[in-house]
Write a protein that binds this ligand. Structure first.
Ligand code: A2P
Length: 267
């Protein structure tokens, strides 16, 4: 095979970067984040994903991972679930600083500002690790230049699973580069299986009108609102149907419209 060898002895193909893990943080027994070195030549748009693997086999297993760090960050950050027995995450959850991560060189995705028409308010609807692409977008000044209001919604099973996003939103306010935009961001954390301030699924809360009563925001409408959706397959389907019912239309890179959907599945 064409390519360079890495320290594990397997060759790294020319379309793959071999990067070094800088930092790992576990939030719960199901969720962790990791940061890796960023290749000098690597460019991406906020909201895109890349294929990630480990150099533990001649033919490594690759999975799509949304890049959670902003485009200006010197490192790359990812937020991952740990799936017991999952072909990648079973091993990935054990990585530590200094280990090697493989990353295919091309990033792509539809959860990008280019796929949306201009609007007033941007909703970022997520469940679990679906918040990862939005972790990049809420740290990108362009998001706030394009939208006066950004509403980040994350629904998780319990409060501990909201920890990663909570930490991001809290530190954003003190960030010298992005802190000035913090007033434009609203975080609406929800849980379904543990008591918290906002309970239930986002679909239920928006469809019943309860979300709009609580926040004081007007119901989602195609004139003002744009929506990005990221979560499990069932969540994407239900949220897309809800957006259609609100009168929004699905957009793509070559045909921007009023909402976009993406799956960031890992197993
Ligand atoms: P629930 O507890 O009612 O299943 P998971 O960790 O399984 O990926 O789920 C993350 C969160 O997404 C949970 O709070 C879960 O609620 C919620 N969820 C699951 N399916 C949907 C869906 N179809 N629409 C909206 N939220 C969902």
């Amino acid at each position: 095979m064409k390519g360079t060898m890495n320290k594990t002895g397997y060759p790294v193909p020319d379309n793959v970067f071999a990067e070094t893990v800088r930092d790992v943080k576990h939030y719960t027994d199901r969720l962790f984040k990791f940061r890796i070195t960023r290749p000098a030549s690597f460019r991406f748009r906020a909201g895109e994903f890349v294929m990630i693997g480990l150099p533990n086999a001649e033919k490594p297993v690759y999975r799509a991972y949304s890049i959670a760090s902003p485009t200006w960050d010197e490192e790359l950050e990812f937020f991952s679930i740990k799936v017991p027995g999952g072909p990648l995450t079973e091993h990935l959850q054990r990585i530590k600083a200094g280990d090697t991560i493989l990353m295919r060189k091309k990033s792509t995705g539809t959860l990008v500002l280019d796929a949306l028409l201009p609007g007033k308010r941007l909703y970022l609807l997520s469940t679990g690790t679906g918040v990862a692409p939005f972790a990049s977008l809420i740290r990108d000044p362009e998001t706030y230049e394009k939208f006066a209001e950004v509403v980040l919604v994350q629904t998780t099973r319990d409060v501990a699973e909201l920890g990663y996003a909570r930490e991001l939103v809290d530190t954003l306010r003190e960030d010298p580069l992005i802190g000035e935009f913090a007033a434009q961001l609203e975080f609406y954390p929800m849980t379904t299986r543990e008591q918290s301030e906002h309970m239930g699924r986002i679909t239920e809360a928006m469809q019943s009108g309860q979300f709009f009563e609580t926040t004081g925001l007007p119901p989602v409408n195609p004139r003002d609102d744009r929506v990005m959706i990221c979560g499990s397959m069932a969540m994407l389907k239900d949220c897309a149907a809800m957006c259609e019912a609100f009168g929004l239309e699905e957009g793509a890179n070559n045909a921007p419209a009023t909402y976009v959907v993406e799956r960031a599945f890992v197993d």
